[in-house]
Design a protein around this ligand. Structure first.
Ligand SMILES: [Zn+2]
Length: 411
């Protein structure tokens, strides 16, 4: 989609000079110009109606950013690096969006090697100085706005500030997105929090970060995030970290979302879950789970634009169909068969069992009490074929596997 975008140092310089001028006048007149000024400092850069129009008439340009990179890997749990997980999710996202003619899809990193794509890498290399100036102007402007109380400081989560090289890359991506008329920037991450030291932590679930409301890309981002949240919560439980309890969280300082007014596109940062959650730790469940996360994300974006999309109406999970063999029982961990079993039982309305949520009983591929109870209910439901007069076992034996294959299996 095409938008007129003021680019280049000279234009930015003029804007900055006029901003300083308005600032001085405002101060000398001694009254708050904040509302009017806000309109001119962070004007609305994108809206949900803009996006819908682009979807109907052109293509939505979506930039997928697999969080972190080969050099700075992000969170780490045992031998698992966040930057690899994000790459796996991005690879699947790219595949879904590329199949859809309504989207033009770009990724910042090559989803097989994890290196920045030649386009992005050469942008970093050739526009190093411009990116630094872009970053500094944005920061300066923000500092002045805050110091004159034209903008509220609004920080919910204190973070370690990122290294200047990481900041450079993130600002570089924003600048590139602005210049290339990107409509949506989708950042992919997996969460962690300090203090659990090599052991799996207590928190689970997903959250979505959006630009804080005073930014020009805030509303369109939040609308999209809401749709994403409402869809993803049917597959993964919301984050149990108290700071993330709202599910969709505004953030003023994440560069990825356009901190300091540095991004025009709608932008969401999805933390799909915690890096130590079993479905991501075990290799057998990791890859089907990445596909499922991508599928659900793609479906949600599609729904945002087209409520009655056939994509949206069709199969509700990428984990099915599946073909089971017998022998699944309590205690098994990291199994693709158990993961698909959980998805099948969920489709049948039996998982999570009554009174439980996806927070209590997530899709993990590990067979615990939740899965056992749901299998029992499945056996009861199909008692005549599965049990032959015996009581439910909660174990997938030959008859139960046969029934599962009949209902959810592939031929
Ligand atoms: Zn991250």
């Amino acid at each position: 989609m095409f938008r007129t975008i003021a680019t280049g140092l000279s234009v930015a310089g003029i804007l900055f000079a006029s901003f300083v001028f308005v600032m001085l006048i405002g101060d000398s007149l001694g009254f708050a110009l904040s509302d009017r000024l806000l309109g001119s400092v962070f004007p609305i850069t994108i809206s949900t109606p803009d996006l819908h129009k682009a979807y109907m008439t052109e293509k939505i340009k979506i930039l997928i950013v697999p969080g972190h990179d080969n050099e700075y890997g992000g969170a780490q749990y045992r031998d698992i690096r966040e930057s690899d997980l994000t790459l796996g999710a991005a690879r699947n996202l790219e595949a879904y969006f590329k199949k859809d003619a309504r989207f033009e899809t770009v990724t910042t990193r090559d989803t097989s090697t994890g290196n920045y794509t030649p386009v992005i890498q050469s942008y970093f290399d050739q526009h190093r100085d411009d990116i630094v100036v872009f970053k500094n102007i944005a920061k300066k402007k923000m500092e002045m706005l805050k110091s004159h109380n034209f903008l509220d400081r609004n920080v919910s989560i204190e973070r370690n500030s990122v290294s200047s090289e990481i900041a450079f890359r993130l600002y570089g991506i924003n600048k590139w997105a602005n210049e290339n008329d990107i409509d949506i920037v989708l950042h992919v991450h997996f969460n962690d929090y300090p203090g659990h030291r090599g052991r799996a932590g207590d928190h689970t679930g997903f959250s979505i970060y959006v630009p804080e409301r005073q930014y020009g890309n805030a509303d369109a981002s939040k609308d999209l995030a809401r749709t994403l949240f409402d869809e993803l919560k049917n597959t993964i439980g919301p984050s149990t970290l108290p700071l993330e309890r709202d599910g969709v969280i505004e953030d003023q300082e994440l560069i990825a979302l356009g901190a300091n007014g540095s991004l025009k596109s709608a932008s969401v940062l999805i933390e799909y879950g915690y890096i130590y959650e079993p479905q991501y730790v075990y290799e057998a469940t990791r890859s089907p789970m990445m596909q499922e996360l991508a599928f659900q994300t793609y479906r949600a974006v599609k729904k945002h634009f087209e409520k009655n999309s056939p994509v949206y109406a069709s199969s509700q999970t990428a984990l099915l169909p599946y073909r089971w063999s017998d022998g699944l029982e309590k205690g098994i961990k990291g199994s693709a068969g158990v993961l698909a079993l959980q998805a099948a039982l969920k489709k049948d309305g039996l998982y999570p069992p009554p009174g439980k949520s996806l927070i209590d009983c997530p899709l993990t591929g590990s067979f615990g009490a939740c899965t056992e109870l749901a299998v029992r209910m499945f056996q009861q439901r199909h008692a005549a074929e599965v049990l032959g007069g015996d009581s439910p076992t909660g174990r997938v034996g030959v008859a139960t596997a046969k029934k599962l294959n009949e209902v959810f299996g592939r031929d």
